[in-house]
Design a protein around this ligand. Structure first.
Ligand code: ZN
Length: 213
């Protein structure tokens, strides 16, 4: 029917279908592409569920292959307010404890908005699949409340803390055109090899002392 065709051909549907035509894993856009600097568009809550499920699956596959613990739609060139998060927390126990890093199951956040709960912040090294190869120390709220639409297109409110809150803030920021380097202490910048060799331990103090931040 014509009306269904018209509904099925909304620009957002076409944009998602175009992404899904690509091979897997999807290509990850790097800093310098304007899509990473625009405010992404709201996702209509009557989006086709099958299309949404396909998009989530493609983004999850791309995130896990990278590997990463979060991927926002602008990072695959799709300027819509949607991100996937999943963290196996596969780091040594002392590092996980210091960063309050606990496993996070696949979580889809649509049209998310976070607000800080309390005043506590934490500073740790953070990286981004769209600034490949680099990490920098970034201060984040320890606990946030997130209002979002979930993978079933239902409204949700959830609190996240520790590393999970960091991932939530990083991915939500992507949807407003903000990259972690906008918030990072630039003097701490390190490439991945140096991070793994020198600064990936449970304590940030050696990096602060030796890099001077
Ligand atoms: Zn990122």
């Amino acid at each position: 029917m014509e009306t269904q065709d018209l509904q099925g051909n909304r620009p957002i549907d076409d944009a998602i279908r175009k992404v899904l035509e690509q091979s897997r894993p999807l290509a990850i856009v790097q800093a310098g592409d304007p899509v990473l600097r625009r405010r992404a568009a709201e996702v209509p809550t009557d989006l086709d569920r099958g299309l949404l499920a396909e998009l989530i699956a493609a983004m999850r596959e791309t995130m896990l292959a990278a590997p990463g613990v979060g991927l926002a739609a602008p990072q695959i060139g799709l300027g819509i307010r949607l991100a996937v998060l999943e963290d196996p927390a596969g780091v040594p126990g002392d590092v996980a404890d210091a960063r309050d890093r606990r496993p996070l199951e696949l979580t889809t956040i649509i049209n998310p908005q976070y607000r800080q709960i309390g005043h506590d912040t934490a500073i740790w090294y953070e990286g981004c699949l769209s600034i490949a190869g680099w990490q920098a120390a970034t201060e984040r709220a320890v606990t946030v409340e997130l209002r979002f639409t979930d993978e079933d297109l239902a409204p949700a409110v959830e609190r996240f803390s520790g590393w999970q809150a960091r991932i939530v803030q990083h991915e939500t920021d992507h949807l407003d055109g903000t990259l972690y380097l906008d918030r990072a202490v630039l003097r701490s910048l390190t490439d991945n090899a140096a991070y793994l060799q020198r600064w990936s331990g449970p304590d940030l103090q050696p990096a602060r002392a030796e890099l001077g931040f």
